[in-house]
Write a protein that binds this ligand. Structure first.
Ligand SMILES: [Zn+2]
Length: 292
């Protein structure tokens, strides 16, 4: 039995799965504020899904920053969690190996393993897959031949904090939570949209959505010409809310602007809100391959 943990700033999801990655049992709960309450709750949830069976390995998807080798985590949106040796805690409690990755990297692994359309993609693996989440914040994960792309010293690339050429009715309202005033995230994330348009993404007008799609397109164009992914998968509440209309606008933008590199195919996530949880299960299954 494999166990996957999706530790988010608003909710925890824990699931057990078989060797094929199929979910056996799953539970979810609101994220407690305090660290101790959070760890106690995770133990309880692991007991529930494992139902006293032996756990083979544990995979964890959690917000960054973190050190994937040591498994020490300091998720930005859980302020009480700082320098928590989560890998060590889980390994010593459950006597099994554990692997921890940034949630968007885990999500990219899930999209590569479970999210593709088996009718059209067959077994042909997508060798360059970029996963982008547009939700409260924005982030991404890039797979190269099935492995997570990492920066210097194992750092996770922050694709949302690139400056872009943008369209915005209220440029004076653009302010990124990282401190810059020209980040892509500040223009197209749920929080950014609220700050700029004074309402949630679900209430944007068609013209406002066009601005968001244009800005997403500019950001993805930059990534597309530098990394040349074959497929871009969009997940997260804002992207899923924008739906096919958003995907089509972004696709058209990429088709008309990627002139020297092939334009990637853009699709919505087929895993919905389960990408990080499914990714945690992939991590549990990959736990023995320590190199990447
Ligand atoms: Zn930023």
């Amino acid at each position: 039995m494999y166990v996957g943990l999706d530790i988010g700033g608003t909710k925890f999801q824990v699931a057990s799965a078989n060797e094929k990655g199929e979910i056996i049992r799953r539970v979810r709960a609101e994220t407690p504020l305090q660290l101790k309450a959070g760890l106690d709750l995770l133990h309880e949830m692991i007991e529930q899904v494992s139902d006293k069976e032996k756990i083979n390995s544990i995979g964890v998807a959690i917000g960054g920053p973190l050190n994937w080798r040591s498994g020490i985590v300091s998720p930005l949106h859980q302020p009480e969690w700082r320098n928590v040796p989560l890998k060590e805690i889980l390994e010593s409690t459950y006597h099994c190996p554990c692997r921890i990755e940034v949630d968007t990297d885990a999500a990219a692994l899930a999209e590569g393993a479970f999210g593709l359309d088996t009718a059209t993609d067959k077994s042909a693996e997508i060798s360059r897959l970029l996963y982008i989440t547009l939700s409260t914040g924005m982030g991404g994960g890039f797979l190269v031949d099935g492995a997570i792309y990492r920066g210097f010293n194992g750092s996770h690339p922050e694709v949302a904090h690139q400056a872009i050429l943008f369209r915005c009715d209220h440029p004076e309202r653009i302010l990124c939570e990282c401190g810059n005033n020209d980040c892509l995230e500040a223009l197209v994330s749920g929080n950014g949209i609220r700050r700029i348009y004074g309402k949630p993404a679900s209430e944007l007008s068609e013209t406002e959505w066009e601005q968001v799609a244009y800005n997403v397109g500019q950001g993805l164009r930059n990534l597309a010409v530098i990394y040349v992914p074959e497929r871009i998968v969009l997940g997260g509440g804002v992207a899923l809310g924008g739906g096919e209309a958003l995907v089509n606008q972004v696709q058209e933008f990429l088709n008309s602007t990627c002139r020297l590199t092939p334009a990637p195919t853009v699709q919505l996530s087929r895993l919905g809100y389960d990408t990080a949880l499914r990714g945690a299960i992939v991590l549990a299954r990959k736990v023995s391959s320590v190199e990447n």
